[in-house]
Design a protein around this ligand. Sequence first.
Ligand code: DAH
Length: 355
Amino acid sequence: MSDDVSILRQECLDALAAASGHRQWDEIRVSVLGKSGRLTGLLKQLGRMDASERKLRGAQLNRLRDELTRAIEARGDELEAAALDARLIAECVDISVPVPTGRRGGIHPVSQAVEEITAIFGAMGFAIAEGPDIETDWHNFSALNTPEHHSARTDHDTFYLPAEADGRNRVLRTQTSGVQIRTMLGNEPPIRIIAPGRTYRADHDATHSPMFHQCEGLVVDRNITLGHLKGCLIEFLRVFFGKPALPVRFRASYFPFTEPSMEVDIGWSRKTGEIGGGEDWLEVLGAGMVHPRVLANCGLDPEEWQGFAFGMGIERLSMLKNGIPDLRSFYESDVRWLQHYGTDPLTPALLHEGF
Ligand code: DAH
């Protein structure tokens, strides 16, 4: 190896060994292999050499380039691993250490919203119902009047599970609405329940997550009317958002399991984001009168029993109430985020205030 080549080699290897961070490492990489790097410069000179000299020198330089490229990559990996180790140590949380005063964990905004929703509907006489996350296709769709080839099935980006021996197809529930079916099959009316829980759809961006939470509501009794639905939901939204005069609008829509169906909007300002102010409307939940076919699927005579149902996205309500811009942050387990948006566990939310 000629002198200048071996000097370049040694200097590069020494500099790499001495580099203590990504920036230094990158400077070395650029100074050797970059467009105006030293090795690149030597390679460019090959063109001016005569054939025999070029052959010898070219082989040397190519070998050096391979060696240094490998050395630079290896050192880069090492520095990256060291930086990660340092971060893990710096951000390590020793859960056995007593909590410093003034610094506590917080209740996650999803749990907080579930508690608030539960308290508000609890005060209206609703009980909590539950259903499984792994749901039969029948409970999630068919019994809810969504036939086999209906577009609502594809709209939901369903996660299907492998068929089981009992012949029943199962899905990760795409909505909590199946709990309506389970509740009507397992209980005599009158029924008044909400069902908060996890739901799943194959969708992922700033406003969609493959796992999210919904809260279903169902009332079945004699002589239930749209007036009951409206009164109940207006009251809920005004208490939840803490705005006694919150404008609420009911807009005709379609769901297979309700007739009539509607989307429920609240007033807000697009400009300032303020809930309850301004001229604009924001959709917050779906609702409707339980479809007679759904009642009949659950063995209830629609001539005798009527009901209303509603479903809301819990993260969506929490994002609106707390000004949280990105849905994905709910699941990143970032302590700083939790400290910012979480609720102090020892300060009970004043749930019934203004109710
Ligand atoms: N399940 C619906 C969805 O996920 C939401 C919904 C709409 C639920 C209307 C209801 C209802 O109970 O009546 O989009």
